[in-house]
Ligand binder design. Structure first.
Ligand code: NDP
Ligand code: 8X3
Length: 251
């Protein structure tokens, strides 16, 4: 039977690569993001390249009403979701605690933490009803160690780590797998967003070593989702070979 993935934040980076990987493996895809043109272009490309069904949903994961409206009213044929990937997220700024912007902090918490909670709550009825399913949350090495000037972003990813543990425990009776993947530095639009469009600052992050690529995370997500029904990878930290953790990156 053809399977269905719902991946948030599919307009770029990990989310786009994950949608492309699962589509290539003939999964039907529900893809979400705020940038409609990018989402529609991806939907067309996935349908044309892989002959699968694609449902693009444009909304902001911070908008609780929009999340429950869009996910709660999925067409019947899209409700048998096998895999939810909570990927949408961002960092904004890299400033010391006393200097960092409150608005940036709120956006990170609202997106990375509350967004994951809203999406998961909205999707769960479809999984619990069938007593099966898999949730993959995208955490970060920033959710394992707090680094200087990482404050609210690190806190948000520690929250994703804790929420993943909580989901795994509470969802045991429903046979729902919960995996959290914690990538280290990866070359996507992440740093461009973090540094608010400053390409020089963003490029510097990936200068002097080969960072993780979006496809690496997509391959890992697919492997994680391809294991037998009784096997669940709970917690997976992945960095490029130049990086040991949040503190040590050899350039
Ligand atoms: P990108 O910036 O390339 O992609 C982020 C995606 O999230 C985009 O599709 C964006 O879509 C979506 N998104 C952001 N905010 C919202 C929102 N409020 N509502 C809906 N969608 C949103 O970055 P990555 O692919 O690198 O990031 C994906 C995840 O991986 C994030 O959670 C990030 O924290 C995490 N991560 C990234 C690492 C890295 O070094 N790149 C390392 C570890 C973890 P749109 O703008 O269209 O809404
Ligand atoms: C993204 C990786 O090191 O910038 O989560 O926090 S890092």
């Amino acid at each position: 039977m053809q399977k269905t993935i719902l991946v948030t934040g599919a307009t770029s980076g990990f989310g786009k690569a994950i949608a492309e990987k699962f589509a290539a493996e003939k999964w039907n895809c529900i893809i979400t993001g705020r940038r409609k043109e990018k989402l529609d272009a991806l939907a067309i490309s996935l349908r044309n390249s892989f002959g699968i069904q694609v449902l693009p949903l444009v909304f902001d994961v911070q908008d609780k009403d929009a999340v429950f409206e869009q996910i709660g009213n999925l067409p019947t044929e899209w409700r048998d979701i096998d895999l939810l990937v909570n990927n949408a997220g961002l960092a904004l700024g890299r400033d010391s605690f006393e200097l960092a912007s409150l608005l940036d902090w709120e956006t990170m918490i609202d997106t990375n933490v509350k967004g994951v909670m809203y999406i998961t709550k909205a999707v769960l009825p479809y999984l619990t009803e069938r007593k099966k399913g898999h949730i993959i949350n995208i955490g970060s090495t920033a959710g394992k160690e707090v680094y200087k000037d990482g404050n609210a972003y690190c806190a948000s990813k520690h929250a994703v780590d804790a929420l993943s543990k909580a989901m795994r425990i509470d969802l045991l009776p429903y046979h729902i797998k919960v995996t959290v993947i914690h990538p280290g530095a990866a070359e996507t639009e992440f740093s461009l967003v973090r540094f608010k469009g400053d390409e020089n600052k963003a490029d510097l992050v990936y200068d002097g070593y080969k960072a993780l690529q979006a496809n690496d995370i997509a391959d890992i997500a697919f492997y994680t989702a391809s294991l037998p029904p009784h096997v669940c990878i709970n917690d997976l930290v992945v960095t490029c070979v130049a990086q040991a953790n949040s503190f040590y990156l050899h350039k």
